[in-house]
Design a protein around this ligand. Structure first.
Ligand code: TMP
Length: 236
């Protein structure tokens, strides 16, 4: 499988067409941004780690019945994925209060909640990905009622699978972001990535942040945190 035309370059990935009209190649970059691109930097080795971690977790999810875009790992930083049209919604799943929820509700990070929270953001960089609800999604035709039902079902199931898996590796899944896409036949599948860029991972024992918050907040040890996640998940 080969890259033919670059379709898109995002903040952390590039997407290419291939000789197969239903398959794209994703190439992960070391570039890192935060606060909607305001803060820029590089995290050495991030592209490889996010690619390997994403594929590992998508494989786990597939084995538990979640349909994903994963096709084949082509190299350390490139993966063949099913061609999809991305549903323009970022789905945030929260188990423990952190980040923007902590700010919005004035609750300290680490506050436990009695239930898992699902949030939706409208995927639009120019607007800074504003939060929306089910009514906006229906009114703006961002997803059908059936799709939104599946998105919520899959997201809660993904949370259960990942939380349990990571907990056994000494990692608490605090919150994370998911994106879904539609294949050409209209099937809804999980797309994008699941990595330290898109999840909050806290060490179970020490509470140390092992994710992109180290970059966002200038906490240091950024590369080491990404490497630690790779080591715990893939043993390398
Ligand atoms: P937040 O607390 O900043 O809203 O972030 C919630 C989760 O979503 C966190 O795990 C990080 C992830 N996230 C992304 O993947 N992309 C983004 O652009 C943002 C803001 C958050």
């Amino acid at each position: 499988m080969h890259k033919i035309v670059q379709l898109y370059e995002g903040k952390a990935k590039k997407v290419f067409t291939t000789e197969d009209s239903e398959v794209y190649i994703v190439s992960y970059k070391d570039d890192a941004t935060a606060f909607n691109g305001e803060k820029k930097g590089t995290i050495a080795g991030k592209g490889v780690i996010n690619n390997l971690v994403t594929n590992h977790l998508m494989g786990l999810l597939e084995s538990k019945g979640i349909p994903t875009h994963f096709v084949k790992e082509l190299s350390d930083n490139e993966t063949a994925v099913k061609k999809v049209t991305i549903v323009p919604i970022e789905v945030i799943v929260r188990n423990i209060v952190a980040g923007s929820l902590s700010k919005r509700l004035g609750l300290p990070e680490g506050t436990k909640m009695s239930k898992t929270v699902l949030e939706y953001c409208y995927k639009d960089d120019a607007l800074g990905d504003p939060m929306i609800n089910e009514y906006h999604i229906a009114a703006l035709d961002l997803a059908t009622e059936d799709e939104l039902k599946k998105i919520a079902e899959y997201s809660f199931k993904i949370n259960e699978i990942l939380s349990e898996y990571l907990h056994d590796l000494g990692i608490e899944l605090i919150d994370f972001k998911l994106e879904y896409g539609r294949t050409s036949d209209g099937t809804l599948i999980l797309a994008d990535e699941i990595s330290p860029d898109t999840c909050r991972f806290w060490d179970t024992e020490t509470g140390k942040k092992l994710d992109k918050d180290r970059f966002r907040r200038d906490l240091g040890d950024v590369e080491d945190a990404y490497k630690e996640i790779l080591k715990r998940l893939l043993g390398k």
